[in-house]
Design a protein around this ligand. Structure first.
Ligand code: KG4
Ligand code: ZN
Length: 367
């Protein structure tokens, strides 16, 4: 299977198998093609030195996974096999660049889902072999952290405290420099995005829950259900499972039994959904931003950042801005949720040359 996947891009690129790309420890590309497939987004992008995004093509699989209420790894892997050649061709076309101009191929090797990661790695290795372009390995969480260096004239002021909030991660990271990170705290159970997704499901909202919960909360008209906060005092850690259970209890007490096609389920009035969604969103934003602000103060940081899919949440950004005395950064449009531009950008900022024995590391950590 692995061999077959490695051969696919060579067939697609219509070139014979050639000598491995010349990789040296000081290989420093200036134009990089990024490949991202760690979860349910198949993406390819071209980024140029100066961190200018020339193209960033994302094929989302949301519609495929929606009826399961979450990502099914096997379906995601198969879809990446189908989508990666198409998004790669589109990324080159949109960047108006040919293979000759690409100096590096960057790929996510972890953390993420094993199958989807392997598809991306083998695809990128095949391209690297076929085109004799050096391969670079990228840590997905580092790419989220470095996403605030893209599409902006000034790099952020360091040290910076970065709050990584996505479907798979919730971490508070002290960034002392590119490649110099210290994880200050992390979730002890669900990631923030995962909590949004699960609460969205409990409230009967469409997957993914993050945007749906935010939209529902926007209809609350000031009626906000008060929900608990897990402070985990004395730590920079987070917990969202108690909050999720509190929402479940509310749905069980306030929900009325609806029986579509004989299957029993609880259904809430629209105003109750809005009020609970607003209360949930406020609770998450309150805890995340309180810890972010405290970390900034404790560490004497010069700036703060919120990155990852949940950085799209306006309530979170607004509460953070109101609490911080330092500059707050968040990714440029299209760079919060999973995308390959941040993967290529990470390889430009912190290139880590990889060999053809590169393997997926599903639980890769930052340090
Ligand atoms: O960064 P990302 O694309 O994937 C991972 O690396 O995990 O983040 C996806 C997560 C999902 O859980 C989604 O519900 C959440 O980001 N998300 C949001 C919003 N947009 C996406 N959460 C809250 N509010 C949003 N507007
Ligand atoms: Zn991500």
């Amino acid at each position: 299977m692995k061999l077959l996947l490695t051969m696919l891009p060579q067939w697609w690129a219509r070139v014979p198998v050639s000598e491995p790309a010349p990789i040296t420890p000081d290989t420093q590309p200036t134009v990089v093609l990024g490949i991202e497939s760690s979860c349910d987004e198949s993406s390819a992008a071209v980024v140029e030195v100066g961190r200018e995004v020339r193209s960033n093509v994302v094929a989302s699989q949301i519609a495929l996974h929606r009826r399961f209420g979450g990502v099914v790894p096997e379906i995601a892997s198969r879809q990446h096999v189908l989508a990666l050649p198409t998004v790669t061709a589109a990324a080159l076309r949109e960047a108006a660049m040919g293979w000759r101009e690409i100096e590096g191929i960057a790929v996510t090797y972890g953390p993420g889902l094993a199958g989807p990661l392997l598809v991306g790695i083998n695809f990128a290795m095949g391209l690297s072999l076929a085109r004799r372009i050096p391969l670079f390995a990228v840590n997905h969480v580092e790419a989220h952290v470095l996403s605030v260096w893209l599409e902006t004239p000034e790099p952020p002021r360091l040290p910076m405290v970065s709050l990584v909030v996505s479907g798979g991660h919730t971490e508070l990271i002290l960034v002392e420099g590119v490649g110099r990170y210290r994880v200050l705290g992390a979730t002890v159970d669900d990631a923030a995005g995962e909590a949004f997704d699960k609460v969205g499901r409990l409230l009967g909202l469409p997957y993914p829950g993050g945007p749906s919960v935010e939209k529902a909360a926007g209809k609350a008209n000031g009626t906000v259900t008060e929900l608990p906060r897990a402070w985990l005092p004395g730590t920079y850690d987070f917990s969202f499972s108690g909050l999720k259970t509190a929402v479940l209890r509310l749905v069980q007490t306030q929900g009325k039994v609806a029986s579509p096609e004989g299957a029993e389920r609880l259904s809430l009035a629209e105003e109750d959904v809005a009020s609970i969604a607003a209360g949930f969103q406020e609770s998450v934003a309150d805890v995340l931003t309180a810890k972010l602000a405290r970390a900034v103060e404790d560490q004497g940081a010069g700036s703060a950042a919120i990155v990852g899919g949940v950085a799209n949440n306006k309530c979170l950004l607004n509460v953070a801005r109101s609490r911080l005395d330092v500059e707050l950064r968040w990714p440029a449009p299209g760079l919060s949720t999973d995308n390959a531009a941040m993967i290529a950008g990470a390889a430009l900022l912190n290139p880590r040359p990889a060999d053809y024995d590169l393997d997926a590391v599903p639980s890769l950590s930052l340090s």
